[in-house]
Every structure is written in C-alpha cells, then in structure tokens.
Design a protein around this ligand. Structure first.
Ligand SMILES: [Mg+2]
Length: 162
C-alpha cells in the first residue's frame, strides 16, 4: 500500500486481461474503470468483444465491479449491461471507491485488481488501496486535454512495478 504512479502490468486493452492472467496472480475481483477502459467517452453501449470478455471472466469465477469517477448515468448503464455492481463518483485517485468494492465483496486487496486507463487517477488509487494495477491503453482520445495528459503519463507507462 503506497503512493505510486507505476502500474504492475500493461495491456493493450481490457480483453487482454484473461482468466489465465488473473488466476496466475490469484485475482478473484476485477475492478473496472469505465471511461476509455471498457468504452469510449459518451457512448452508451459496449462493444461485443468487451461483453464476451466480461462473460468469459464471470464463467471463470472472477467477480467484476465497476468503480468510476463518472457522475452521470453511464456507470449504472454499463453495470446493468454487464450484470455487475458499481460505484460512481469514486473520486480516484482516492482509494475510497476501490476499498468500498473490496469491502462489499469481502475481498482482500491481494486478491483484487483494478483495470483502468489512467495513471493519475486509476493507478494511484489502486496502489494506495494495495490492489494489483493493470493499465490499459485508452480506447480513444476525445479531446486535446486527454492527449496532453497521456503525453505526461508516458514516462510512467514505460515503467512497471518490480
Ligand atoms: Mg478512464
């Protein structure tokens, strides 16, 4: 449990986080960021590969939990599409939302991972909560600000937790 910008693993997209990867690390709870992790900003649907991926994890006994900073309806919409619980307004980089998900599922941090696209919110929150951090490449840059922030995240994106 520490303050760190460095993710443990990096994946091209969430569907690369397979049951085998999770089993190897004894991860039983996968906490999902919403925006740019499972769907681009503003969309209200999930792509078929993401739905099939989520289904394959559930079949493998992995629990999913959405923890999003989004204040709108999208966390709830995606949670119901996936059939999983959710926390919105999570306030990442605060570890509060991640800890709530752990508490509600009776999961210890070592058996949980967060999949998210950002260093300054997701990665810090995961590291503070002591869960595994899987950084994914953002699905899409919808504005200039996000592209600039991604640029400043690059030094951390090349490093992995030892
Ligand atoms: Mg995000």
């Amino acid at each position: 449990m520490s303050f760190s910008f460095i993710p443990e693993r990096i994946f091209r997209d969430v569907t690369m986080i397979t049951p085998a990867v999770l089993r190897q690390l004894e991860v039983k709870l996968l906490i999902l960021d919403v925006d740019n992790t499972i769907a681009p900003y503003k969309t209200l649907t999930l792509e078929k590969p993401v739905l099939e991926w989520a289904e394959s994890l559930k079949k493998a006994g992995i629990r999913l939990y959405i923890v999003s900073n989004n204040k709108g309806e999208r966390p709830e919409i995606f949670a119901s599409l996936l059939g999983v619980p959710y926390i919105k307004r999570a306030g990442k980089p605060s570890p509060r939302g991640v800890r709530q998900a752990l508490a509600r599922t009776y999961t210890s941090p070592e058996n949980a991972a967060l999949a998210g696209d950002q260093i300054y919110t997701d990665t810090i929150a995961a590291n503070l909560a002591g869960v595994h951090m899987f950084l994914v490449e953002p699905i899409k840059f919808t504005n200039f600000f996000l592209a600039v922030r991604y640029f400043f995240e690059l030094p951390f994106r090349h490093e992995k937790r030892k």
